[in-house]
Design a protein around this ligand. Structure first.
Ligand code: TTP
Ligand code: MG
Length: 436
């Protein structure tokens, strides 16, 4: 057990929705729901203004519309979320070399390795949150600090939204006593049901039971783990990510490409780019993959093991082109990318035939972006550009028309105009303005 509160947990508030409100001034202070478009889509997240009406993550979009019909329902803009996430993770890396990202909007930081003065912890946390808001152009984060990952995470949850909570050593037991068992790391729906069946609903209930009883009910590892966590005993360390998991490059095209030969030229160029970056990192990839997004936003990802390990452009492009041959491109490709992953430190491994992974094994995953897409580039929330009116976003579309609100992060609420979807002056755009 740590004797000092040195684990920090940070989680952005209503992340996707907050990015949308930042980039669309007319939606600030209003209910915003991201995701949940299409007949079977589910909500990715909702702004706190929409949560008041009961809208939650993972709720079917149809239910969210019933609960909050006046909310803005938007498709996701993942590049924008990734851009902000990178800014946040880079900021955390300035605090400590040990940062463990859990998702795009959440990370643990080991403060024992930071230059922060423990006597000024509250001040430093406040500074960190303010700096995050500055660098992201207006996002907010909640922060928890404690002697363990468990306590820090519960503390940031308790601080939400836009708050901070520091649990001093010795305060942990009181702080977690009323938590439902589900809030304990490792307790999923199955364990929760089992615990409830024996009358254990909160951390306090767990503390009253014996460790043997929990072991009998859940098995040795879970039972002992849980009995420790009930007393805030959690010595998990922050696992800093030291290496990239994959190196990739991808392009979105101004118009969909149907010619296979043209796509192959692009794959070769991408493979050269990826190979160069692999060599710069000094590793070798065992897996090569491609990502193909069609004009209707259907996305196919395919990956294959190299049958050894490589950093060579020819090997990567050969596999990428072969993988593309399995994809029907006649409907037109909107985005194409190449990725290398599964890195090892030496290419020698390919000498040991018996250790090589089975060759020519192809993994295919298909996903359909259901986030309210109604045709190329015109989903609600999508970025567009017009030579006369500037940048804006799709408010809605249908019957051959698209309605756009022209505003940006720095413009203040802007005017609305309607166009024909065939209007050549109106163009979807992927380019993101740099953050401040
Ligand atoms: P969360 O941190 O769980 O949620 P949040 O940031 O929207 O809201 P808060 O932290 O203030 O409670 O998830 C981060 C992002 O991940 C969220 O903005 C959208 C995405 N997400 C999904 O796409 N599907 C989901 O089921 C969940 C929970 C999140
Ligand atoms: Mg969050």
């Amino acid at each position: 057990m740590r004797s000092a509160a040195t684990i920090l947990h940070l989680d952005l508030d209503a992340f996707f929705a907050a990015v949308e409100q930042r980039d669309k001034p007319s939606l600030r202070g209003k209910p915003v729901v991201v995701g949940g478009g299409g007949p079977r889509g589910v909500v990715a997240t909702a702004s706190y203004e929409a949560r008041v009406f009961g809208v939650r993550s993972a709720m079917p979009g149809t239910e969210a519309r019933r609960k909050c019909p006046h909310a803005a329902f938007l498709g996701g803009r993942f590049e924008a979320y990734r851009q902000s996430s990178q800014v946040v993770m880079a900021l955390l890396a300035e605090v400590s070399p040990a940062v463990e990202p859990l998702s795009l909007d959440e990370a643990f930081v080991d403060l024992a390795l930071s230059h922060w003065d423990p006597a000024r912890l509250a001040h430093n946390v406040a500074e960190l949150r303010a700096e995050l808001t500055r660098r992201t152009g207006g996002l907010t984060a909640s922060v928890g600090v404690g002697t363990s990952k468990f306590v820090a995470k519960v503390a940031s949850e308790a601080a939400k939204p836009d708050g901070a909570r520091i649990i001093a050593p010795g305060e942990e037991l009181d702080f977690i006593v009323d938590l439902p068992v589900r809030a304990i790391p490792g307790v999923g729906p199955v364990t929760e049901t089992r615990l409830q069946a024996i009358g254990m609903h909160t951390v306090a209930d767990l503390r009253r039971s014996s460790r043997d009883e929990l072991v009998r009910e859940l098995g040795k590892a879970s039972g002992e783990g849980l009995s420790g966590l009930a007393f805030a005993r959690d010595d998990r360390s922050v696992q800093a990510e030291r290496e990239a998991k994959s190196i990739s490059t991808e392009d979105t095209f101004p118009t969909d490409i149907k010619e296979r030969a043209e796509l192959e030229v692009i794959l070769r160029r991408d493979a050269a780019h990826v190979a160069k970056r692999i060599r710069a990192t000094g590793v070798f990839a065992r897996t090569v993959g491609i990502k193909v997004r069609m004009g209707d936003f259907t996305t196919v990802s395919k990956a294959r093991s190299v049958g050894g390990a490589t950093d060579r452009e020819e090997a990567i492009s050969a596999i990428a082109i072969d993988l593309l041959s399995e994809v029907d491109v006649r409907a037109g490709v909107r985005l194409l990318g190449v990725a290398a992953s599964n890195f090892v430190q030496s290419a020698q491994e390919q000498l040991f035939e018996d250790e090589a992974p089975p060759p020519a094994e192809t993994l295919t995953t298909s996903e359909v972006d259901t986030s309210g897409v109604r045709g190329r580039g015109w989903f609600p929330g999508a970025d567009v550009e017009h030579p006369e009116f500037g940048r804006g976003w799709v408010w809605g579309s249908g019957l051959g028309r698209v309605t756009v609100r022209f505003e940006t992060r720095d413009s203040g609420p802007g005017p609305v105009r309607t166009f024909s979807t065939e209007d050549p002056a109106l163009q979807p755009t992927q380019e993101l303005p740099a953050l401040p």
